[in-house]
Ligand binder design. Sequence first.
Ligand code: AMP
Length: 282
Amino acid sequence: MKTIRLINELQELLDRSKRDNQTVGFVPTMGFLHEGHLSLVEHARKENDIVVMSIFVNPAQFGPGEDFEAYPRDEQHDAKLASEAGVDILFIPDPDEMYPQDGGIQILPGPQASSLCGATRPGHFDGVLKVVLKLFNIVDPDHSYFGMKDAQQLAIIETFVRDFNLRTKIVRVPTIREEDGLAKSSRNVNLSIEERLVAPAIQKALKIGEELFHQGLQVEEIVEEVANQITSNSPGRIDYVSLLAYPSLLPYTTDAREAIIACAVKFEKTRLIDNIIMSTKG
Ligand code: AMP
């Protein structure tokens, strides 16, 4: 595995592979890798000749007072895991090269970004789209792999690719979980021991929501029950619990093919998100 930090060095290397008609699979991450990230690599490895992973804690997607500084980082360990998982090129760009100056140009996501995390993290998805577009332009991947753990991000990126005719194909990868059901996340290390013990309550509550959804309860009743389950089984504070159509993220109506029940829960030092996608066709 090659580790590359400079944009032009990466592009020269990839240009050579593309001249040889090799396909490129791309896995963008913020590092502190876990099995969720490695599952994206596994999919990319099967479907492409070259696998590129990026590690970049993107300042543009963190708001004031969010956990940019506290976001966990461990480049050496990440490099070991990436190499073992079959990454060919690890791209770790320098923030100064990624954002040399601010020309003030914004990418504004549409209505899909106004609910869920978009409602409580204003500007977050603007920053996500900015870095994703830059990375897609730099890497020019045939396939790009994103986790369903961040289902709203995935839905917005799919729309972005479609609306702006970006040439990469987006591949959805299912959420990888700990044995007790907690979705794997780099942020889980910022839970206290006590918080970690009760954090699986989030997934359990969403599963109860899924059952109630299939029993035909009203959206408001389901959301209220899920929120109650979370607050009565953990010290976490609810940022949101929502049930929407997926991937439109519009209010759920019975003609939607899929629905999402999603939540964000704030603990002392960190905020966790999780979701379940529910088919409406039984
Ligand atoms: P992050 O480093 O958290 O920005 O995540 C990078 C990519 O890994 C995103 O596409 C995430 O959706 C995906 N990812 C993060 N956690 C998981 C997980 N538990 N299962 C599957 N994919 C994940």
